[in-house]
Design a protein around this ligand. Structure first.
Ligand code: NAP
Length: 261
């Protein structure tokens, strides 16, 4: 039974691997047997991830580049495919957030968020799908939305648009690539204690407010993304395609209302 979760002999490309959920995902994929190619901008933190993977007995490569730069993405994937000989799993986990009132927003910030979150997922998936199709062994593409993907949130228009669009992108790619045995699925995290929301965590009452609306009454621990990622990357999910997997303690499926004490 556990064999179906094994990633022995596979190559996984993981974006956002320098910290947070992407780092946990990379470590989990490596622990399941994959050689992981670690992508983000910060080479030092990527080296830290590689050292942790190797200390656990895994294998990793590092490639630092900016996902918002399409040329770097295309040449980066080509280099990894050349060096490692194959790509079986493409885990698009990197992402950024930005809060701006609509009337104070500018297109530069909107484009930065859309390019990093949405466009990079599209370009990474396109490049990796080409390698997977040429290899003829199928593959797994994982995208990352958010509990906010299908919802709206004040001052979060660019992030919300990108995360909503990632769900649409996932479903369309799943519809197109399924015949190549390439599945495309999305993980929608709830609130996790990572750097992306460090500012929010620092706001008085915010941590408790999220606990209050989450049925499990706590934030996610970054390593709790691992099971979902390995599941979607492995044979255990062989007939799961176009799915959005919420990893959110029940936040997206409930209306939890608490009166102040
Ligand atoms: P995080 O700790 O801030 O990590 C973000 C990762 O993305 C880092 O590895 C960062 O590396 C990388 N990254 C950002 N911009 C990049 C760029 N232009 N090029 C290459 N890499 C880039 O955030 P996280 O919590 O792990 O978030 C991971 C994903 O989960 C994101 O897509 C986020 O939207 C989603 N998510 C998170 C939560 C949560 O509560 N944590 C909730 C819902 C959804 P460098 O800075 O080194 O480039």
């Amino acid at each position: 039974m556990l064999d179906m979760f094994s990633l022995q002999g596979k190559v996984a490309v993981v974006t956002g691997a320098s910290r947070g959920l992407g780092k946990c995902a990379a470590k989990a994929l490596a622990a399941a047997g994959a050689h992981v190619a670690l992508i983000a901008r910060d080479p030092d933190r990527l080296d830290e991830t590689r050292a942790e993977v190797e200390a656990d007995g895994g294998r990793a490569s590092v490639l630092a580049f900016d996902l918002a730069d399409e040329t770097s993405v295309r040449s980066g994937v080509a280099k990894l495919a050349g060096d490692l000989g194959r790509i079986d799993i493409c885990a698009n986990i990197a992402g950024i957030i930005g809060w701006q009132p609509l009337l104070e927003s500018d297109e530069t910030e909107f484009d930065r968020i859309m390019h990093t979150n949405l466009r990079a997922t599209f370009v990474m998936s396109q490049e990796c799908a080409a390698v997977m199709r040429a290899g003829g062994r199928g593959g797994r593409i994982i995208t990352t939305s958010s509990v906010l993907g299908p919802l709206g949130r004040s001052k979060l228009h660019a992030y919300g648009a990108s995360k909503s669009a990632i769900i649409g992108l996932t479903r369309s790619l799943a519809a197109e690539l399924g015949r190549d045995n390439i599945t495309v699925n999305c993980i929608a995290p709830g609130y996790f204690m990572t750097e992306i929301n460090a500012q929010l965590q620092a706001r008085e009452g915010y941590v408790e407010a999220i606990e209050g609306v989450t049925p499990m009454e706590r934030w996610g621990r970054p390593e709790e993304i691992s099971g979902a990622v390995v599941f979607l990357a492995s044979n255990a999910s062989s007939f799961v395609n176009g799915h959005v997997l919420n990893v959110d303690g029940g936040l997206s499926s409930s209306f939890k209302f608490q009166l102040a004490a």
